[in-house]
Ligand binder design. Structure first.
Ligand code: 13P
Length: 251
């Protein structure tokens, strides 16, 4: 049985004081959620969020990391800095990092290795552009992203990872993939994971859907066999909406 994971990717939003208000409200609304619930605020709010969520059922994580341990890497954040703040998860390979910051699958593979070495659960994002979707290239693209961004991962390590399918055309557009489309891609992701790591391991890996997830479409998504949760952007910034999504129902 795969426990659903509902993760909020706050992206570059909230000042620390706003982050505190948001997680305090979430904590109140979600005293004992059935799903596993995770928030990923900006780096500068992690300490505040960690303090506000001490002893709660809500986990916190980061949106990125750098693979080196320490040193002359101006502006970067090392894995141990995240674990020191109690992070248990890290989002890697988000399409915004791939597109706006030129992250490659090889970069992501190095980040995945660093996350694993520090006991962080990596949420590795994959997804196709609108053009690739229209040209019918989704499958080839997603399989390649998985192979290359998970290069070097062992089956034992893979068992603890999370994959997020985020079609780029559905991110921040209000135009979610239908539950059927999302399910068909999540099924092919599981198939590629079974090629890479074996069927038993693939069967235990959680696959999230992300892209305009809202309280009114979460139930249909979670009803699908291969969708084990959601990576939520915009709606994770509103406590009522994110709490409703975490409960798998309309607000
Ligand atoms: P939206 O939910 O705002 O579409 O963002 C999805 C996303 O990119 C989460 O990582």
């Amino acid at each position: 049985m795969r426990t659903p994971l509902i993760a909020g990717n706050w992206k570059m939003n909230t000042l620390p004081a706003e982050a505190r208000v948001l997680v305090e409200s979430l904590r109140e609304r979600l005293p004992s959620p059935a799903a596993e619930v995770l928030v990923c605020p900006p780096f500068v709010s992690l300490a505040t969020v960690a303090e506000a969520l001490q002893g709660s059922a809500i986990a916190w994580g980061a949106q990125n990391l750098y693979w080196e341990e320490s040193g002359a890497y101006t502006g970067e954040i090392a894995p141990a800095m995240l674990t020191a703040l109690g992070c248990t998860y890290v989002i890697l390979g988000h399409s915004e990092r791939r597109q706006l910051f030129a992250e490659t699958d090889a970069d992501i593979a190095r980040k995945v290795a660093a996350a694993l070495a520090h006991g962080l659960t990596a949420i590795v994002c994959v997804g196709e552009t609108e053009t690739q979707y229209e040209r019918g290239e989704t499958e080839v693209h997603i399989r390649r992203q998985l192979r290359e961004s998970l290069a070097g991962v062992t089956p034992a390590q893979a068992a603890k990872m999370v994959i997020a399918y985020e079609p780029i055309w559905a991110i921040g557009t209000g135009k979610s993939a239908t539950a059927e489309t999302a399910e068909s891609v999540c099924a092919l992701i599981r198939d590629e994971l079974s090629v890479l790591f074996g069927a038993a391991v693939a069967d235990g890996i959680r696959i999230l859907y992300g892209g305009s997830v809202k309280p009114d479409n979460i139930a249909a998504l979670l009803a699908k066999d291969n969708i084990d949760g959601a990576l939520v952007g915009g709606a994770s910034l509103k406590a009522a909406d994110f709490a409703a999504i975490a409960c798998g129902k309309e607000a």
